[in-house]
Design a protein around this ligand. Structure first.
Ligand SMILES: [Zn+2]
Length: 128
């Protein structure tokens, strides 16, 4: 079994629409930050140059090449860095605690529940 990187998880989510159940917080962060990019890809449209493709697989090849590929890798990297910043604020005890600076800690039963919170309160991404 090959080791899945965070880049793979984000890429599969954006291009294939596959939300890995072990990374629900990461997909919530992706939707919150780059929902416009994800929307374009789901319409088979390159979010960077606007070119429309016949199939998702052709767009996928396009997004892994040259200019648009560089921008796409930047988007994936951006999602991961913001996800890591958020995750660094999460403490694991009997529950997951999100500790934001200058605020009482928020508690969640699971990372999925924290992901739902992020979708409803996208501003938390600016607080970490
Ligand atoms: Zn393009």
């Amino acid at each position: 079994m090959t080791r899945l990187t965070l880049e793979d998880v984000v890429d599969k989510y954006i291009v294939d629409g596959h939300a890995n159940p072990n990374f629900m917080l990461l997909t919530a962060v992706a939707d919150t930050l780059v929902g416009d990019v994800i929307g374009a890809v789901r319409r088979k449209e390159c979010p960077f140059c606007g070119r429309v493709f016949r199939s998702r697989s052709r767009l996928k090849a396009h997004l892994h090449n040259r200019c648009c590929g560089t921008m796409y890798a930047g988007v994936v990297g951006y999602v991961i860095s913001r996800y890591r910043r958020l995750k660094n604020r999460v403490r694991r005890g009997s529950r997951y605690r999100l500790e934001l600076p200058g605020k009482p800690a928020l508690r969640f039963r699971s990372m999925s529940e924290l992901g739902e919170y992020v979708r409803e309160h996208p501003e938390v991404l600016d607080e970490v």
